[in-house]
Write a protein that binds this ligand. Structure first.
Ligand code: HEC
Length: 117
């Protein structure tokens, strides 16, 4: 019985960390034709912008919860909300770009990303 508890705890831990995969150079290479000049630093920065700002009013949304097209609409709306709530521009244009590219790159790991709509 104890074993089952430990195993299920491990399964839960693994599934949580698998939710937001750590980006690697493989992900950058996968989208390099869509985002020329894109770096792993940009990708990781997008991830931290997401994790630090997008859980203030609701939980972090699964990256796969929206289509690519919807994220293109939702991200600017949510950035505006986040900036308004903070009372200053905590996510500027460059940060918004890094955020959107992170989401689009990691929402379907292993797949190519189309150019912006
Ligand atoms: C100032 C509060 C606030 C912040 C900050 C915020 N959101 Fe939201 N967000 C909302 C509200 C309100 C809704 C609508 C209710 C809901 O779905 O929870 C929403 C909904 C969403 C949805 C669902 C949209 C839909 O049509 O189903 C997504 C995706 C989302 N937010 C992403 C983000 C991202 C990414 C960020 C970080 C930039 C963010 N949110 C930051 C308030 C916020």
């Amino acid at each position: 019985m104890k074993k089952i508890g430990i195993i299920s705890a491990m399964v839960i831990l693994c599934s949580c960390s698998a939710k937001f995969i750590t980006p690697t150079q493989v992900d950058v290479d996968r989208v390099s034709s869509t985002y020329p000049g894109y770096t792993l630093t940009d990708l990781n920065q997008g991830k931290s912008i997401y994790e630090q700002n997008c859980n203030k009013c609701h939980g972090l949304k699964k990256l796969s919860s929206q289509s690519e097209k919807d994220w293109n609409v939702v991200v600017p709306e949510m950035v505006a909300k986040a900036n308004k709530k903070a009372g200053s521009t905590i996510i500027d244009a460059k940060a918004q770009d890094q955020l959107l590219k992170y989401i689009l790159t990691m929402r379907t790991p292993g797949k190519k990303v189309r150019a912006a709509f």
